[in-house]
Design a protein around this ligand. Structure first.
Ligand code: FPP
Length: 264
């Protein structure tokens, strides 16, 4: 038996404190395939995004109905600025319209809105709409919708490193005391638990700079369905697949079962 056999896992916080729920608390989605959906129909790419935006509304409602507590949607990556000007402008307008229209539903369903990403670089009308929706939904407690906007994991880590270094320099953090748990408090996701399940639509099997650190122990599901075609049934099927998986957080299957039996 090796000396460290019974040592607690180094990243003990990653192991859930209770039975992993059959329904993932946090689902994060890389919404992909809007362009191909449009292309297949001979439509402009923006039409694909428009249909994708409808799917955003449907899946937001569906996820919370299915018992998900946090839903993070990768709506605009830091790299998406490099797309054609018209497409970027169109996406920003869709976002603004979505925020305006969705407020009533967020109110009705008691869902609060948060964002991750460098949202200060978004156009002023989007920023205003975001600020208004975030403020209007701040007290809602049934669930949290997180929009990743101008988000990139590497930017986020750089932002956190700068904020952490500034905190050390100002004496708010002890020098040399950095642990993952301390550092995570400086990430854009500080107020959000790690995702349990990451879904990517459209048949691509990439992570594309999305929640790289936070998804360290997440389950991944890649589906061929293009985002505009993704339905509540597709989401429910992904949740069923998730429920059948065994999450081990670096432990053996036996250790995990023992841990869960003790806690129940
Ligand atoms: C990827 O499809 C999708 C995006 C880059 C943006 C996602 C945006 C929406 C779903 C609509 C607007 C968002 C909200 C929150 C209202 P793609 O264009 O890369 O598809 P492709 O790979 O088939 O070209």
């Amino acid at each position: 038996m090796s000396a460290h056999r019974n040592a607690p896992p180094r990243n003990a916080a990653a192991v859930p404190a209770a039975t992993p729920a059959a329904v993932p608390a946090h689902v994060a989605i890389i919404m992909d395939g809007n362009g191909r959906w449009a292309q297949q129909r001979g439509l402009p790419r923006l039409e694909g995004h428009r249909r994708g935006s409808r799917t955003v509304r449907a899946i937001t409602t569906a996820a919370f109905e299915l018992g998900v507590r946090y839903l993070t949607l990768y709506a605009f990556s830091a790299e998406n600025w490099n797309r054609p000007r018209d497409e970027v402008g169109g996406l920003m307008r869709l976002l603004e319209i979505f925020l305006r229209r969705e407020l009533a539903t967020l109110r009705k369903n008691q869902i609060r809105l948060l964002t991750i990403g460098r949202s200060d670089a978004l156009p002023a009308p989007v920023r205003r709409q975001l600020a208004a929706t975030i403020a209007a939904t701040a007290a809602h407690t049934r669930g949290t919708l997180v929009l990743a906007l101008n988000y990139g994991s590497r930017d986020e880590i750089a932002d956190a490193a700068n904020a952490y270094a500034a905190a050390v320099a100002a004496g708010r953090e002890p020098p040399g005391g950095c642990t993952w748990e301390t550092f995570a408090r400086y990430l854009h996701t500080a107020a959000i638990p790690d995702p349990d399940l990451v879904i990517r639509t459209s048949g691509e099997s990439r992570v594309s700079n999305f929640l790289l650190m936070q998804s360290a122990y997440a389950e991944f599901i890649f589906t061929p369905v293009l985002w505009p075609d993704f339905t509540k049934e597709n989401l429910a099927a992904a949740l069923e697949t998730y429920a059948r998986r065994e999450r081990r957080f670096g432990l053996t299957s036996e250790q995990m079962k023992e841990k869960l039996e003790i806690r129940n």
